[in-house]
Write a protein that binds this ligand. Structure first.
Ligand code: ATP
Ligand code: MG
Ligand code: MG
Length: 351
């Protein structure tokens, strides 16, 4: 493999391209939007829609393997690309994770704990779902949600109509509210030989549904760290997965509950850039390119802080800190709620 095609040109595509370039590989980005952050560091960039069959074909023919930095790629584009080049991670991982109902069912069928959930398509199924699950609960669109968008919380059954209205008619899933003490995530990788390497679980702090901070080590006992890694490995193997996967989990008194999976490098794995010899981006490129995996061992404690919107004002101060590595995405326009970069604050390994 010499050239890797990446669907999506955001910051994840940018950091994948940097990692590939360090390994002497080239990346070709495919992105419908203008000025993708990945374009300026990649070898090539195609700006075209996912409906443009000629552009998709030319893109596929120019690369050896195709991967992606976001999971909501239209099925028609995937069908076309798959006939021309291998897509890694494969279609099954995308099929499962593009729809929250399919995803939760897959996790439950693997024997993993999830929030109680039910399909909601109309007023009648909402009533049935609420009878079974009760409140508090969260209604989420089945597809296309991220950063807590497309979600409505229900404190009492009286909130049902307002929550349904917030879905704008889209199919949804009702989830029972998990009373968690912490949120953690595992970033895990599997290569074509079936080797698995997991990074240490990170502890995640969200604000308004958007990730603010990831801390490693997570404040959980050793056996629970092991449980988290075993859950991630089980998911990788079940999907015959090739690449990096993010698994978000809730810590509860009864053990770990899986929230969701992301078939790609993950924001909560950005700490690996300064806490590990091989970070999640290089690990993904290695897996996709058919290389051996790097070691996931952690050599430092790290706090990863997302720089969102006006947080960019902190950059001059952060740039003066000797313990802090800055990763900025080169986005021209700062907007409220937009992820502009992150800072990894690195200290000696404690445990
Ligand atoms: P991401 O940007 O991580 O893809 P998302 O939009 O897919 O986010 P979720 O991860 O499902 O959304 O939810 C966002 C946050 O909302 C979670 O990290 C958690 O804090 C809270 N949350 C989601 N589902 C539940 C639940 N069933 N019980 C309790 N809290 C929840
Ligand atoms: Mg999500
Ligand atoms: Mg999430």
């Amino acid at each position: 493999v010499r050239t890797i095609g990446i669907l999506g040109g955001g910051q994840l595509g940018r950091m994948l391209s940097v990692a590939a370039s360090r390994l002497g590989l080239r990346c070709h980005i495919y992105e419908p939007g203008a000025n993708p952050p990945a374009a300026e560091v990649a070898h090539a960039c195609t700006t075209a829609s996912y409906e443009d069959e000629a552009a998709l074909r030319a893109f596929a023919r120019s690369v050896d393997v195709i991967t992606y930095e976001f999971e909501n790629i239209p099925t028609s584009a995937l069908d076309l690309l798959e006939d021309l080049r291998p897509i890694r991670p494969g279609r099954e991982a995308l099929r499962v994770s593009q729809d929250r109902l399919t995803e939760k069912s897959f996790l439950r069928d693997l024997g993993l704990a999830t929030a109680p959930f039910a399909d909601v398509t109309d007023a009648a199924s909402m009533t049935v779902a609420l009878d079974g699950i009760g409140t508090p609960a969260i209604l989420k669109t089945r597809r296309l949600g991220y950063d807590g968008k497309g979600q409505a919380r229900l404190s009492t059954p009286a909130d049902a109509e307002a929550a349904r209205a917030a879905m704008n008619g889209a199919p949804a899933i009702l989830e029972g509210f998990v009373d968690f003490s912490r949120e953690i995530s595992v970033i895990a990788a599997r290569n074509a030989d079936g080797d698995v390497a997991c990074f240490d679980p990170g502890e995640n702090l969200h604000d308004n549904g958007i990730l603010r901070r990831t801390t490693v080590p997570a404040g959980i006992p050793g056996p629970m760290r092991m449980d988290a890694v075993l859950i991630a490995s089980k998911i990788l193997n079940a999907l015959d997965y090739v690449g990096v996967l993010g698994v978000e989990l809730f810590v509860t008194p009864g053990g770990l509950v899986v929230n969701e999976i992301a078939p790609r490098v993950h924001n909560s794995g950005h700490w690996t850039q300064n806490g590990c010899v091989v970070d999640q981006f290089e690990q993904h490129i290695r897996a996709v390119a058919g290389w051996p995996l790097g070691d996931g061992a952690r050599h430092a404690d790290v706090v990863m802080e997302n720089l969102i919107g006006e947080d960019m004002e902190r950059v001059p101060e952060l740039a003066r800190r000797p313990d802090t590595a800055l990763h900025l995405y080169g986005k021209a326009e700062t907007r409220a709620g937009r992820k502009m970069g992150h800072a990894n604050i690195v200290t000696a390994k404690s445990s």
